[in-house]
Design a protein around this ligand. Structure first.
Ligand SMILES: NC(=O)c1ccc[n+]([C@@H]2O[C@H](COP(=O)([O-])OP(=O)(O)OC[C@H]3O[C@@H](n4cnc5c(N)ncnc54)[C@H](O)[C@@H]3O)[C@@H](O)[C@H]2O)c1
Length: 462
């Protein structure tokens, strides 16, 4: 079936950029992205392209060209469902905070609510595409809701997980390593798969489009994230060993990564991974494994999260211990709040956990991030500790690094923004209280250069 109208439910970090690229590459298809969040949709429709709700390099140029031509953002979810032949579900699937599976399982209530709405309003056959990351066999649940509520319509369910990484989303979408499309192995299932293959074929070589059964597609996404996070925890665990043995993790990482069987990506030591996906998807994998009795498998993957938390905690402890030992100023400058560079997303950012540990020890924080707004920083802190008063007393936000370092002995780098590497560190050094320390939580700065200026450089594993 040739698709002329696409609806995407969920205008977030996945729905927005993904649909912008589908619209860019398929100018003959009308793509409507809908969301219950009116503020978010207004921001997508803003004439000030710096105000789009999501910051991603290259995104605003694509939206500028396609919006109003064949890309639309709306809160009229019902109309978009009725008018489309294909519906992507790109809503959030956070970790459950209550009920069975609390703290581990993915909360599918947003997915289920989409399925209910689609079943209620649809008048013609539809292809439903799971874009959100979901536990294996979720499509079965979606199918059940759709078929039980609307018996007159044929719904084909596809799984098409998204592998974009925030910060490089546009490049990842425009030149994906692979696109995975899972569907039923029936005549109609195969036709639905082909409809989606055709859309991606506008710009993705056929050899990079992998078609699978539904369950393999769903599980591939969880597994890919678990593998990536596992590499980060592996190198982070070794950073502590390096500190105790005199080895340098940067040298070890380079030596290991030059082995072509291993490769060098995701081997950078850091204060820990963040983002909305890695933790949630691993918790989900742990939950699925444990719930079917695979305790050893569950324990294996859970260890990734244990190391990640340990790395954040020990980074905060290092700062706290130094302040006590050397009787330093209790103000610490935090550079970077986003969970990684080139995004304004702060979900599960290591900065939140480090900051929370530090203010628990009564340390005051000056925070600067080039893309994260003050309101978001306080939202994150209130979400994690619920102590608005303490957060307001202990955290001050700055819009430039110079003011942010004022009266501090310690700078902690928590996001690997490129601008931090380009700073005039000589000048910053002059403005700090002495002695001046840099805790480089991303190992991005030049240790030798900083030490020659007078800084005490403390990296991870070096
Ligand atoms: N963020 C990433 O880097 C990334 C990468 C790959 C996959 N994923 C997965 O994609 C999914 C979406 O992630 P995200 O980061 O875009 O989330 P997000 O929170 O940024 O966006 C989800 C949007 O869905 C909307 N929504 C929820 N229920 C709705 C409903 N019933 N009707 C209409 N709108 C509704 C929310 O208002 C929100 O704007 C998740 O499953 C995530 O795991 C995320």
């Amino acid at each position: 079936m040739k698709v002329n109208n696409i609806c995407c439910i969920g205008a977030g970090y996945v729905g927005g950029p993904t649909m912008a690229v589908i619209a860019q590459k398929n100018p003959d298809i009308k793509v409507t992205v809908v969301d219950i969040n009116e503020k978010r949709i207004d921001a997508w429709n803003s004439n000030n392209f710096d105000e789009l709700p999501i910051y991603e390099p290259g995104l605003s140029d694509v939206v500028k060209k396609a919006r109003g031509r064949n890309l639309f953002f709306s809160t009229d979810i019902n109309s978009a469902i009725i008018d489309s032949e294909m519906i992507f579900i790109s809503v959030n699937t956070p970790t459950k905070t209550s009920g069975e599976g609390k703290g581990f399982a993915a909360d599918l209530k947003y997915i289920e609510s989409c399925a209910n709405q689609i079943a209620e309003v649809s008048k013609t056959d539809k292809i439903i595409v799971e874009k959100s990351t979901v536990p294996v066999r979720t499509s079965e649940k979606i199918k059940k809701i759709l078929n039980s509520k609307n018996k007159s319509i044929d719904f084909q369910i596809l799984s098409n997980p998204e592998f974009l990484a925030e910060g490089t989303a546009m490049r990842d979408l425009q030149i994906p390593d692979r696109v995975i499309i899972g569907g039923d192995n029936t005549k109609k299932g195969n036709e639905a798969i082909q409809s989606l293959v055709e859309i991606y074929s506008s710009w993705v070589p056929k050899k990079n489009i992998l078609t699978t059964n539904l369950w393999s597609s769903e599980l591939s996404k969880l597994t890919a994230n678990a593998f990536l996070a596992q590499r980060i925890s592996s190198i982070n665990s070794l950073s502590e060993l390096c500190e105790e043995t005199g080895a340098d993790i940067e040298e070890v990482s380079k030596a290991v990564g030059m082995d072509s069987r291993i490769g060098n990506s995701f081997l950078k030591t850091s204060v820990g991974f963040g983002g909305s996906c890695f933790q949630k998807d691993i918790l989900n994998l742990v939950y699925i494994s444990r719930s079917i009795g695979l305790e050893k498998v569950a324990n294996y993957w859970e260890q990734i999260l244990i190391i990640n938390k340990h790395q954040r905690d020990r980074f905060a402890n290092k700062i706290y211990s130094l302040i006590n030992k050397e009787s330093l100023n209790k103000n610490v400058c935090i550079l970077g709040w986003a969970f990684k560079k080139d995004t304004n997303d702060t979900r599960e950012s290591a900065a939140i956990y480090v900051a929370n540990n530090l203010i628990k020890s009564n340390i005051y924080l000056n925070v600067y991030d080039p893309k994260v707004k003050e309101s978001q920083i306080f939202f994150d802190m209130n979400y994690i500790n619920g102590n608005d008063k303490k957060n307001k007393e202990h955290i001050s936000i700055y819009n430039n690094p110079i003011d942010c370092i004022h009266k501090t002995n310690i700078i902690a780098i928590l996001t690997e923004w490129d601008e931090f590497k380009d700073y005039d560190w000589k000048n910053l050094y002059k403005k700090m209280s002495k002695p001046a320390y840099i805790f480089d939580g991303r190992n991005i700065l030049d240790k030798v250069k900083l030490e020659s200026i007078g800084f005490n450089y403390i990296g991870l594993g070096r």
